[in-house]
Design a protein around this ligand. Structure first.
Ligand code: C5P
Length: 242
C-alpha cells in the first residue's frame, strides 16, 4: 500500500501534577500548539475539571487514560470522555476486540446524541516500556514485539478504532499494512540534541513524519524547555522542512 507522508500535528504531553502549571504551559505554547495530552497523573491530581479549563483556553484535549476493563465498563468510560468534549482518547487493545468495538460504538453514539464531533479512539498496543522478555514472562508469548504490535493494530482497525499508539519504528509498517487513513500516534520524539530521558526508542520529528506518523506526542523536550513556545516552534519548523 502506498504511504503518503504528510505533516503530522504536534501534541504536548502535560506530564505535570498541578493545574496552574498545566494551564501555564498551554498559555506559554500559545497558538503554536493546538492539542494537549492529559494523562492519568494530571487527571488523578486535578480531576475532570482540568479538561474544561484547557478547552476554555481554546485548545483541544487528548485524554490519555488508557482504559482497559470489561466491555461495558470501557463503553461507559468512553461515553463519559466523549461527553467531556475531548478530541482524542486512548484504550488498551489487549482488552480484546469486543471491548474495542464497545469503545468505538460509544464514541459514535454519544457524540451523535450530543451533536458534537466524534473523538478519535486510539489503541495502545504494547507499551514501549515492555521488552520481548517481559511479554514472555507475563503472558508466555514468544516472538517479536513488532509481530504482536501488528496483530493488535489489525484487531484495532477491525473493531473500528481510529488508530493506534506506536513507536516510530512500527509506524511505517502499520501504515503499509493497514492504510494511510488508520492514524498512528507516536511518542518518544526527540529533536536532535535533546535529552533522551527514560525513553528507549526515540526518533526525531522528521523521522516520525517520514514514517507516516499523524500525531507526535512530545513531553519533556517542550515542557522542560526554558521557552516551551520556542521549543515547540523549533519542532514545527523541522516538520516543515522539505
Ligand atoms: O517526555 P516525553 O516526550 O518522553 O513524553 C512522552 C509522553 O508519551 C508521555 O506522556 C508518555 O506517558 C507517553 N507515552 C509514551 N510511550 C507510550 C505511550 C505513551 O512515552 N508507548
Amino acid at each position: 500500500m502506498n504511504v503518503q507522508p504528510s505533516r503530522p500535528a504536534v501534541i504536548v504531553a502535560l506530564d505535570v501534577e498541578e493545574r496552574s502549571r498545566a494551564l501555564g504551559l498551554v498559555e506559554a505554547c500559545g497558538s503554536a500548539i493546538r492539542i494537549f495530552k492529559i494523562g492519568s497523573r494530571l487527571f488523578t491530581s486535578e480531576g475532570p475539571g482540568i479538561v474544561g479549563e484547557i478547552k476554555s483556553l481554546g485548545a483541544s484535549v487528548f485524554l490519555d487514560l488508557k482504559f482497559h476493563d470489561i466491555p461495558a465498563t470501557v463503553e461507559g468510560s468512553v461515553r463519559a470522555a466523549t461527553g467531556m468534549g475531548v478530541s482524542m482518547m486512548t484504550i488498551h487493545t489487549s482488552g480484546g476486540v469486543e471491548m474495542m468495538r464497545a469503545a468505538a460504538g460509544a464514541a459514535s453514539s454519544e457524540s451523535k446524541r450530543l451533536g458534537i464531533p466524534r473523538p478519535l479512539v486510539v489503541g495502545v498496543t504494547v507499551l514501549t516500556s515492555l521488552s520481548a522478555e517481559d511479554l514472555a514472562r507475563t503472558f508466555g508469548t514468544t516472538g517479536a514485539v513488532k509481530d504482536l504490535v501488528m496483530r493488535l493494530a489489525a484487531q484495532a482497525r477491525e473493531a473500528g478504532l481510529d488508530g493506534i499508539v506506536a513507536s516510530v519504528e512500527e509506524a511505517r509498517s502499520v501504515k503499509e499494512a493497514l492504510g494511510s487513513g488508520f492514524k498512528v500516534v507516536t511518542p518518544g520524539i526527540r529533536p536532535a540534541g535533546a535529552g533522551v530521558g527514560d525513553q528507549k526508542r526515540t526518533a526525531t520529528p522528521r523521522a516520525a513524519r517520514e514514517a507516516g506518523s499523524d500525531f507526535l506526542v512530545v513531553g519533556r523536550p517542550i515542557i522542560e524547555a526554558d521557552s516551551p513556545r520556542d521549543a515547540a516552534e523549533r519542532i514545527l519548523r523541522e516538520l516543515m522542512e522539505e
